[in-house]
Ligand binder design. Structure first.
Ligand code: IPE
Ligand code: IPE
Ligand code: MG
Length: 255
């Protein structure tokens, strides 16, 4: 994977040293990120919150590209929660506007990096323009077999489980019997059933909570928290998180 970074970093940069270090060990195959702190990043600079969200998009671009170059298989980004509708209407509209812009502008770069984009969440509740753009990007990138980029949009971990129950009842109705239900059965009705559970969950901005993200899937995920606000989270911080993950001993309840 080192060759994918040729001309990307200086040989004597901290990033390059970190890269050499982390490439000696297995990388997490699925990384999930709660991208938090855009508002505080902006406030610290005396800017409107929207400026933080705009700067956050640059961080998304960088982390997606770095993940693709590293050969990470799955990256899941929390972009908008079912609870985020509680924000002022103006901010919600601005966030939806930025999402449209991202979906319109990002496709060439996603294709160039062999990224497949999919979404997870109650997409049917989003406006028709966004649904159309999502459909377009998903279809155009469907054959890419590099990084799987999952964007959690109008997503809630509990909502996902509720929606799974609904799909199960829709599919089986009265034919559902207790003996059919086990963990793998339930997993098949989550939003993206082919995606393995995250190995590493990163949350930026210093908040030490999960905020309704991937509740079912993170049962044995390693958690990493950093105080860095999302717009400042770059490749170096990302490599720090991966290096930290590589030092963990995962026991999954065993010894
Ligand atoms: C994360 O940044 C982006 C979204 C939730 C959409 P925030 O907007 O939550 O930023 P803070 O937490 O207020 O700083
Ligand atoms: C979680 O961040 C949601 C996203 C990053 C999209 P929030 O900023 O909404 O979470 P809380 O309110 O601090 O828990
Ligand atoms: Mg926040």
């Amino acid at each position: 994977m080192l060759k994918n970074f040729e001309g990307y970093f200086d040989r004597d940069s901290e990033e390059y040293k970190l890269l050499l270090e982390i490439l000696k060990k297995d990388l997490p195959s699925h990384i999930a990120i709660i991208m938090d702190g855009n508002g505080r990043w902006a406030k610290k600079r005396g800017l409107e919150r929207i400026e933080g969200h705009k700067a956050g998009i640059n961080a998304v671009r960088e982390i997606v590209e770095t993940s693709a170059r590293l050969g990470i298989k799955y990256l899941t980004l929390y972009a908008f929660s079912v609870e985020n509708w509680k924000r002022p209407k103006k901010e919600v509209l601005q966030l939806m506007g930025l999402l449209k812009r991202y979906l319109r502008e990002e496709l060439p770069l996603l294709l160039k990096n062999n990224v497949r984009l999919r979404t997870m969440g109650r997409i049917e509740e989003l406006d028709a323009t966004i649904r159309g753009l999502i459909h377009h990007v998903e279809r155009q990138s469907a054959k890419n077999d590099g990084l799987n980029l999952n964007i959690a949009l109008n997503y809630g971990g509990r909502t996902e489980i509720v929606d799974a129950f609904k799909k199960i009842l829709d599919g089986y109705g009265e034919n559902l019997t207790p003996s059919m239900i086990d963990e793998s059965f339930i997993s098949k009705y989550l939003y993206l059933p082919d995606v393995p559970d995250p190995d590493l969950l990163i949350r930026t901005s210093g908040e030490l909570r999960v905020s309704n993200f991937l509740l079912w899937e993170i049962a044995y995920t390693e958690l990493y928290f950093t105080k860095v606000f999302w717009p400042d989270f770059g490749t170096k911080e990302f490599l720090f998180a991966i290096r930290d993950f590589q030092k963990r001993e995962r026991r999954f309840g065993g010894v």
